[in-house]
Design a binder for this molecule. Structure first.
Ligand code: PEP
Ligand code: MN
Length: 344
């Protein structure tokens, strides 16, 4: 249930509603918007919603039929914007979920210091603001390169700082969280971990944004429910990432579900990023699908880029050459104004 307060509701009226909800066993999540306060009530008993409508200062009570609540638009009508404040490392800070389409780029895996420094310089020069790179790699085969771990995160941070970028990297296990917080600005949950509820609950305790990739066999509802696991812990800074799902089609690595972008935008206030690299699995298909993702309304793009993809330790075939990335950025920059967005 979601209780929408009147514009003019005062703190005492809001406190009264919170008190009543808490008495009835609800966990209350408050969202104080520019226009009005909205209270999301999770759990609790079955109650007569009219008893809340009658409380002073209440404008409306919405019963949510969808199983997800905190990520639902009725809980928070305005878009969630994720603000990473500026500091000496990242330059001007960053906002995800507003007009600017955030471009995250970098190698699939951090392989060595030189590799990540080289790629960071190139993607930053082309306009990317967030540096990606896996230090913990969820590989299908245990015999494949598993990532450099903390050493990789050190290189990633160094390369990002040298270029005034932010760092996003995948966390595979809750035991990695405290150590990773020293290095990353955004924690990524990979497709294979979308339903690792222990990990998601732990990320609910963190005060840094989390980018939650869609599981390769997950419905949009399951994906939003996973976001809910993070949000009920108190971390509302969740970014969704569509990265392709597994279908009967086997000519491409995955089927990039761009329809998820407008569907998520209508159901939820959370920002959504598209990853056409994993979504297609082929360098030549990444470029058209990146353009299409922007056109579909994505709030950001995540792209794998490598200066020597033939020798990459993972996902070389889907990594763009830096020159291709630069050309693509120019195209995105020209396309964005048509749909009222901007790519820097
Ligand atoms: C990645 O982005 O590094 C990755 C492993 O992607 P996914 O979880 O979408 O397979
Ligand atoms: Mn990859």
């Amino acid at each position: 249930m979601v209780v929408v307060m009147c514009r003019e509701a005062d703190e005492a009226q809001i406190a009264k509603v919170i008190e009543r909800l808490t008495e009835q066993g609800f966990d209350v999540h408050r969202s104080t918007g520019v226009e009005r306060t909205v209270l999301g009530a999770v759990g609790g008993k079955i109650v007569d919603h009219r008893s809340y409508e009658l409380l002073e200062g209440v404008a409306e009570v919405v019963r949510i039929t969808q199983p997800f609540k905190l990520s639902h638009r009725s809980f928070k009508p305005e878009e969630t914007t994720i603000i990473v404040p500026s500091n000496s490392r990242n330059g001007s800070g960053l906002v995800i979920g507003r007009k600017e389409v955030m471009i995250m780029a970098g190698p699939c895996s951090v392989e060595n210091r030189e590799q990540v420094l080289t790629i960071a310089g190139k993607v930053r020069a082309a306009g990317a603001r967030v540096l990606r790179g896996g230090a913990f790699k969820p590989r299908t085969s245990p015999y494949s390169f598993q990532g450099l771990g903390e050493e990789g995160l050190r290189y990633l941070r160094e390369a990002a700082d040298a270029n005034k970028m932010l760092v996003i990297s995948e966390v595979m296990d809750q035991t990695q969280i405290p150590m990773m917080l020293d290095y990353v600005d955004i924690l990524q949950v990979g497709a294979r971990n979308m339903q690792n509820y222990t990990l998601l609950k732990q990320l609910g305790q963190v005060r840094k944004p989390v980018m939650l990739k869609r599981g390769m066999a997950a419905t949009i509802e399951e994906w939003l429910l996973s976001a809910e696991y993070i949000m009920t812990g108190g971390n509302h800074e969740v970014i969704l990432c569509e990265r392709g799902i597994r279908t009967f089609e086997n000519l491409t690595r995955n089927t990039l579900d761009l329809l998820a972008v407008p569907v998520v935008h209508s159901l939820s206030h959370l920002p959504i990023v598209v990853d056409p690299s994993h979504g297609t699995g082929r360098r030549d298909k990444v470029i058209p699908m990146a353009r299409a993702a922007l056109a579909a309304g994505a709030d950001g793009l995540m792209l794998e880029v490598h200066h020597d993809p033939d020798h990459a330790l993972s996902d070389g075939a889907q990594s763009l050459f830096p020159e291709q990335f630069t050309t693509l950025m120019g195209e995105l920059r020209r396309m964005a104004p048509v749909i009222g967005r901007v790519v820097y």
